[in-house]
Design a protein around this ligand. Structure first.
Ligand code: ADP
Ligand code: MG
Length: 397
């Protein structure tokens, strides 16, 4: 689960991290009041969407000459004018995809005098099974580019969870970031504080890009991106409250209500599969035959008819779906339950696109019979290969 920058900053501030004063707002009038409360003379108007690269983004409605989604303003009037221009419009960044995201909230923040922009993140390093800091002197730009072009400018340092962040860790990270004087002192409290927040709140990622050294020599968290481990949300009611469902895919929200593992993708073949491995294989084989999956969907083992019905409805609700492939290898999942779920869903929502069904495993004969007798126009397939060929052909014809 992701949260907005201003929420992440408030959370980190609670752990003692240095962040600027700022106010989240929803209207241009509020922007004016918010700026008037800040020290000035420099203000920053920051779009709050769940995507990075906002500074270099463009607003669709403002055309090619559009200024970005993070803007400096030198007066309260300028803050208001920028807020008017940005609110309600669509910001397209490297991370939003071409459709962009509507900006409905802004964060009005005190401007900082920046000396250097650094990169810092915390994540779980799976190769060593520990939380790790990733730091670089090349902040403010995307770390993927730094990793590709100048990998020697990145330091990854895993932390021993039994001891936490030690003096040696802080020193190594500070050296890599070339921190001196006040900034080096600040790091001694900041790095352990960030680590504490990361671990206590079960974060999957904590990215500060940039972490800045200000002209006065001190460190400040200038941007903050936090995502939480969804499997640990049950023990963080405070974090759950930060969820902004308007930033999430509606189909994914609906799927989460039924505990379905669903991820929306860009292709046009809707997939209903049981088991994550089979779902991955199904996506691969669709690509092998020249088409693209519209989603990843694992209905899980032992799904009920209601769950299958919900899954099928979510797939058909996606307007880009031009064909559906149901691929079930029933072990715990029974083929007759799948068949009943599919038919119940089709009766409710209709079937406007070709449907290929491949059933194998427990109660397969009963499942096939239910489908055959339903009168539905279903293309049946014998195995995965056959099923993939048939759905790709049906969609492409
Ligand atoms: P994004 O990563 O989405 O583009 P950032 O918050 O990193 O958004 O902002 C982009 C750039 O804008 C920063 O790298 C920094 O140069 C500048 N910036 C952001 N916030 C401030 C601020 N409070 N004061 C001064 N400059 C800022
Ligand atoms: Mg940033």
């Amino acid at each position: 689960m992701n949260i907005h920058e201003y929420q992440a900053k408030a959370l980190l501030k609670g752990y003692g991290a240095p962040v600027a004063e700022g106010v989240p707002i929803f209207s241009a009038d509020e922007a004016r009041d918010a700026a008037a409360k800040l020290p000035g003379p420099l203000f920053v108007v920051k779009s709050q969407i769940h995507a990075g690269g906002r500074g270099k983004g463009k607003f669709t409605e403002l055309g090619e000459g559009s200024k970005g989604g993070v803007r400096l303003a030198k007066s309260v009037d300028e803050v208001e004018a920028n807020a008017r221009e940005m609110l309600g419009n669509t910001l397209v960044t490297k991370q939003t995809g071409p459709a962009g995201k509507q900006v409905n909230r802004l964060y009005i923040e005190d401007g900082a005098d920046i000396d250097r922009e650094l990169y810092l993140s915390l994540l779980v390093d799976r190769t060593v099974g520990r939380p790790a800091f990733v730091v670089s002197t090349e902040g403010g730009m995307d770390i993927e580019t730094v990793a590709a072009e100048t990998p020697d400018k990145i330091l990854t340092r895993a932390i021993d969870p039994s001891t936490g962040v030690g003096d040696e860790d802080v020193a190594a990270l500070s050296d890599a970031l070339k921190l001196e004087g006040a900034a080096r002192e600040d790091a001694k409290t900041l790095f352990p504080a960030l680590y504490k927040a990361f671990v206590e709140k079960d974060m999957a990622l904590l990215e500060v890009n940039p972490l800045i050294v200000m002209e006065n020599g001190h460190l400040r968290v200038l941007d903050a991106k936090v995502s939480f481990d969804g499997n640990a949300l049950f023990r963080h009611d405070d974090v759950k409250e930060l969820r902004d469902t308007s930033e999430e895919d509606e189909k994914e929200i609906e799927a989460s209500k039924y505990d379905l593992a669903y991820v929306a993708l860009d292709g046009n073949i809707g997939c209903m599969v049981n088991g994550a491995g089979l779902a991955m294989a199904t996506m691969d084989i669709i690509k092998l035959y020249g088409a693209e999956p519209a989603n990843f969907l694992d209905v899980g083992g032992g799904a009920s008819k209601e769950k299958v019905t919900a899954a099928f409805k979510i797939i058909t609700a996606d307007p880009s779906v031009k064909g559906i492939l149901v691929n079930i290898f029933g072990g715990i999942m029974r083929c007759d339950v799948i068949a009943e779920g599919v038919i119940a869903a089709v009766k409710e929502v209709g079937l406007q696109v070709p449907l290929v069904v491949r059933l194998e495993g427990t109660n397969v004969e009963i499942g096939k019979k239910i489908i055959d007798e339903s009168g539905l126009n279903v293309i049946s397939a014998d195995d995965l290969d056959d099923a993939a060929k048939k759905i790709v052909a049906a969609v492409q014809s």
